[in-house]
Design a protein around this ligand. Sequence first.
Ligand code: SF4
Length: 357
Amino acid sequence: MSSLSAHASGDPAAPSFFGLGRAALAERFLERGEPAYRAGQLFSWVYRKRQRGADGMTDLPGALRRDLSRYCDLALPPVASLHASPDGRTHKFVLELSDGARVECVAMRTPRRLTFCISSQVGCALKCSFCATGLMGLRRNLRPEEIVAQVVIMGDHTAWSDERFNLVFMGMGEPLANYRAVVDAIRILHDARGLNLGARRLTVSTSGLAPQIRQLAEEDLAVGLALSLHATTDALRDELVPVNRRWPLDVVLAAARDYGRRSGRRVTLEYTLLAGVNDRPEDAERLGAIARDLPSKVNLIPYNPVPGLPYLRPSPEAVEAFALSLYPRAPAVMVRQTLGGEIWAACGQLGGLSAGA
Ligand code: SF4
């Protein structure tokens, strides 16, 4: 499929601009005889003034503008295909990476906010039993520039119409299994001279890699943490989220509790409702106790069915009954609106259009 967007071309030998923190970029300028403050100028042009090529960067000397590709590469991955939901509120982007791998990211607009859902890996190794991405297996980790580029591409597409967009690492892959690249990307996104994306607007979702949850708590980033719980007993969670066999509920919940204490933020428990599997009254009772104990807020997600997988979405009445039984037990409960199911962009469905990449 042909590229849908025009992007600046760069010297392939130079590192991608989008994977460089400001300090690393300043070092590159210094090494090549340019003042370090050029890094701040370039961050401002690319991230704040949305300039995608060197030509318009009027406060850089002409020679530097001509030679910029020696310092860094401003190219973004092309959008191989773009899929809009019928109501126009959800857009799924399939990006083509330099090695031909494809990765997906989703922009969702609700009346209250714009949210970008980004991927951290091509595919995923964790094989949660209800997830389309897990069916692909892991192709590879994304590099920091491939993570940051997803945000820039979706921002450009939405004309940066909402400066207050939120970012969730809930696309393809387990973010904490690609720990270094994800943290490096978060630091670039945080930069006050760049996108200045505050920790409050950023959430990392994990299926429960307890050691990395503890490591993230040490980073002093205070981003939100969402734990994909989906089951309240080890027996069922072993089946739905197999990484539970490695770090069972008591271990992962202890790590999440410590993360909440250190970050000063309430952890979110993601709970996908699967008809007849985890939506019984006793599940609600146990989930309420876990949520109270952490403490945490609960996001209930009615399942988005994936062809070939045996799970079904509970009826609206069953979802309501589960939520009603949870409300008095848990500190905060939300039922997530399912956006994008028509274009395979909903939670757990990424990979359905690009699995052949
Ligand atoms: S739910 Fe997340 S962690 Fe589990 S297989 Fe899917 S992408 Fe991987």
